[in-house]
Write a protein that binds this ligand. Structure first.
Ligand code: FAD
Ligand code: SF4
Ligand code: SF4
Ligand code: SF4
Length: 473
């Protein structure tokens, strides 16, 4: 198949968005997903973060337009970035992007494995790279010390920093703002990022060889969505005790039963601890139903397609519908995309830091079926509807797949539920019901029914290509 043609030859960045005002317009148009790139790459520190972690102007601007050029909220040139990373054979068009090898794996150090969101692979790899002086540090996310409902990007340079960064924070985190700290420092550094954060870094690296050298290692995370910190605060207010303030939160706190029961725990200043009765997937599903997910609903990347390595949970089920890799210590699922990614994994194995097992890519796709369908097909449909209605939309320079009747029906049901967050009191009631004994019972029952559907083969097998086939070497 020949290369897809750009839909429009005129890049968005030459249109209405320019310089610092362009960034503020992007925020106003609802296209900002809080990656932090406009802060991290600005040469003169024009932007800081406001109380909702959106960029806010704090200093003068020198009109270089770097911020708008790098913003992945308004534009991602998949074919351009993909071709540069993977060569001329790259073409947008599969659920998982370009993948060379696929594994499940876990950290060999018990503490890192038990403390990780899944198998502690991300932190184990970074620890090994820092210990062996292959990198000076890594951009990671910790709980914001001033606002526990928010994540904060830092440059981790030692073991303690890395330990603080373990576990996923399913909340706003302008991670790339931390790049400001290393703007004038020689690398090499690594970066752990969500797909949209990886896009912004890669966009910048397309124009800057010094940033290619400064951040030569990119570890991406799978990502269904991020909950806005306002939703996290609202949930804490609804489910937490009255008159107590949120002090600390762990999104993947390890329960004595271990993975996959490592779920959300909120600690309040009066000593009250609220713990979700549901596993992490169901917990964040409930919250997402009553939350405005904003720009995430137009995101096309489920698995950080432009990272060297992409890592997520192994939500993979066997033929009886049970989680195939369920073990209290946890495993991570790993997709290796580049030669650099492969070298990092092999080096960690040789040093006795990492254990992996090859698994078919199809298993990973099955495990992420719902998320990938939403990202690749529903999001594409949403974007086309928004374009038709002339609502601000991110610019993607490739042809998007046509929606089937099934996708359109799913989308209608999806939006019917999404009208609820517009009524705050309804949202609060639904949150309360979702985590009540009745809600938990209903959700667990639904999961059991789903498990049975799996066992009887009623969950569809995923076709990894959705209309545009990917060439492979
Ligand atoms: C917002 C979000 C959504 C996700 N959605 C899915 C999903 O739908 N399906 C799935 O299988 N996996 C998803 N993941 C990935 C999964 O939760 C784990 O992060 C992954 O399995 C790595 O686990 P680990 O034990 O190897 O990493 P750990 O050793 O626990 O390290 C976690 C790393 O994640 C980084 N991190 C944490 N929060 C953020 C953040 N908000 N932004 C950037 N970096 C962050 C930390 O800096 C740390 O380096 C998501 C992660 C996040 C943060
Ligand atoms: S100086 Fe450049 S990067 Fe910074 S805000 Fe202005 S245009 Fe954007
Ligand atoms: S998406 Fe990223 S680069 Fe764009 S405005 Fe938001 S924080 Fe800035
Ligand atoms: S869903 Fe997309 S836009 Fe939203 S946080 Fe994840 S990668 Fe970023």
């Amino acid at each position: 198949m020949s290369k897809t043609k750009p839909i429009s030859s005129r890049p968005v960045t030459e249109d209405k968005y320019r310089n610092e005002k362009g960034i503020l317009q992007i925020v106003q148009d609802g296209l900002c997903h809080h990656c932090g790139a406009c802060i991290g790459f600005c040469p003169v520190g024009t932007f800081g973060l406001d109380e909702n972690a959106y960029p806010i102007q704090v200093d003068k601007c020198i009109d270089c337009n770097i911020c708008v050029r790098d913003c992945s909220g308004i534009e991602v040139d998949y074919d351009g970035i993909g071709t540069q990373l993977f060569g001329d054979d790259y073409q947008y068009g599969s659920f998982t992007g370009w993948v060379e090898e696929s594994y499940i794996g876990h950290a060999k150090e018990n503490k890192l494995r038990r403390n990780g969101a899944s198998g502690g692979v991300v932190t184990q790899l970074l620890m090994h790279l820092i210990d062996t002086k292959q990198i000076k540090g890594a951009v990671v996310v910790i709980e914001d010390p001033d606002e526990p409902a928010c994540g904060k990007g830092i440059v981790a340079r030692n073991r303690d920093d890395l330990l603080r960064s373990q576990q996923s924070r399913y909340t706003t985190a302008a991670t790339l703002a931390a790049l400001q700290e290393i703007q004038k420092e020689d690398g090499p550094f690594a970066l752990v990022g969500l797909p949209c954060q990886v896009h912004a870094l890669r966009k910048h690296q397309m124009f800057s060889s010094s940033w290619k050298r400064r951040v030569p290692i990119v570890i991406g995370l799978y990502c269904h969505f991020t909950l806005p910190m306002s939703a996290i605060k609202e949930t804490a207010r609804t489910l937490g005790p009255k008159r107590e303030r949120l002090l600390h939160m762990e999104f993947r706190n390890k329960d004595p039963r271990g993975w996959p029961y490592n779920t959300w725990e909120m600690t309040f200043n009066g000593g009250t601890v609220w713990r979700s009765p549901l596993d992490p997937g169901q917990t964040f599903n409930v919250v997402s139903r009553v939350t405005k997910l904003g720009r995430c609903l137009q995101c096309l990347d489920a698995t950080a397609e432009f990272a060297d390595l992409s890592i997520g949970d192994p939500w993979i089920r066997d033929e009886d519908g049970n989680l195939k890799y369920e073990t209290p210590e946890g495993w991570s699922s790993i997709m290796v995309r580049t030669t650099k990614g492969s070298e990092i994994v092999q080096d960690a194995i040789s040093a006795g830091k990492l254990e992996i097992r090859p698994i078919p890519l199809k298993e990973i796709q099955m495990g992420q079926y719902q998320m990938m369908t939403e990202k690749k097909l529903q999001s594409a449909f949403r974007i086309q509807v928004r374009r038709f209605l002339k609502i601000a939309t991110p610019h993607y320079s490739m042809r998007l797949p046509q929606a089937s009747h099934k996708i359109i029906k799913t989308e209608i049901a999806f939006w019917f539920l999404r009208t609820l967050p517009f009524f705050r009191s309804v949202s609060r009631i639904l949150l309360w019901v979702g985590f009540s004994k009745f809600g938990t019972w209903a959700i667990v029952r639904r999961q059991q029914r789903r498990k049975k559907r799996f066992a009887t083969g009623k969950v569809p097998i995923v076709d990894p290509d959705f209309g545009v086939s990917e060439k492979r070497t």
